[in-house]
Design a protein around this ligand. Sequence first.
Ligand SMILES: Cc1cc2nc3c(=O)[nH]c(=O)nc-3n(C[C@H](O)[C@H](O)[C@H](O)COP(=O)(O)OP(=O)(O)OC[C@H]3O[C@@H](n4cnc5c(N)ncnc54)[C@H](O)[C@@H]3O)c2cc1C
Length: 320
Amino acid sequence: MKKTTETYDVIIIGGGAAGLSAAQALGRARRSVLVVDAGEPRNAPAHAMHNYLSRDGANPLEFLAAGRAELAIYPVDIVADNVVDSSRSEEGFLLSLAGNTQVRGRRLILAGGLKDKLPVIEGLAEYWGNDVLHCPYCHGWEVRDRHIGIFDDDFSVHKALMFAQWSPQITFFKSPGRELAAAELEQLEARGVRIIEEDITALLGAGGSLRAVRTAQGNEHALGALVISPRVETDLAAVAGLGIVALEHPTGMGQYVEVDAMGQSKVPGLWVAGSLADPRQQVVMAAASGLGVGAAVNADLIREETEAAVVALRLRKATV
Ligand SMILES: Cc1cc2nc3c(=O)[nH]c(=O)nc-3n(C[C@H](O)[C@H](O)[C@H](O)COP(=O)(O)OP(=O)(O)OC[C@H]3O[C@@H](n4cnc5c(N)ncnc54)[C@H](O)[C@@H]3O)c2cc1C
């Protein structure tokens, strides 16, 4: 890693698909780049990643390791660490890392992703990302034709109707106190969704394979997969001093950081890439966002350098 006295053109917080893609665009544009990555991409619990053409079924962590290896030929430093604090001055950004280092950058890209707020269900962690899933496009194919349970949350009716595309056996575990609209009940019935009025409290299985759910009502129901829709949340503690705030995303999925069409935030010099700017993004979209933001940051640096060069040129001409 470079010495703290040096200033990188760009520092990127987060080395997921978005952060590494931004680093690739910037490194190839001959920018000096530092990626600080805590190494916990959102899809890390999943054994495999899908819907990324040419990488279908890749392990999420191996996919990112391959990305880091590709960046080795460019002026990109990657450090496994956590950004814990940050401040901004005329010259750019000063970041403090958990490993007691301070680093400087002219521009900052936030690509720290989102955290899933999982419901409290005993045993959930063992199955999350695999037999317990949230996204049919990520892992619907893998659980096709299984008996799929739907956990009762804000998106459960939508998910029940959706997963009926992947399996004829869908059971919606509706909380006994929850009222459904007549239209919703009709849609669920029309799509063959069974409703059980019980609260799921525990997951049962072995070796990462889900076998059944236990409910508060004391029953066990055999299942091959369970769908949940965790709320996503930002963790902006490291950049709290920069004035970046999380907003509620209009879809109701959770939090995000608002940016303009180029990925620029309201804080001068600070861009946001990937799912942090749009929780709907899948990996290939996060990668595309990183590329776009990397190019936008490079354009901004070129603008600044051109302005400075014009001033210098005029000075030189004025003095001859
Ligand atoms: C269980 C699950 C399975 C999924 N499966 C798929 C799938 O099959 N296909 C698909 O396309 N999408 C899938 N997704 C969605 C996918 O996870 C996201 O689209 C993707 O991770 C977004 O990439 P990102 O680069 O924006 O953020 P992330 O991949 O989350 O990367 C952010 C990185 O920033 C780091 N970071 C955060 N804060 C700091 C800090 N302060 N300092 C240093 N580093 C920091 C994190 O540790 C992490 O490494 C899945 C999601 C989940 C929850």
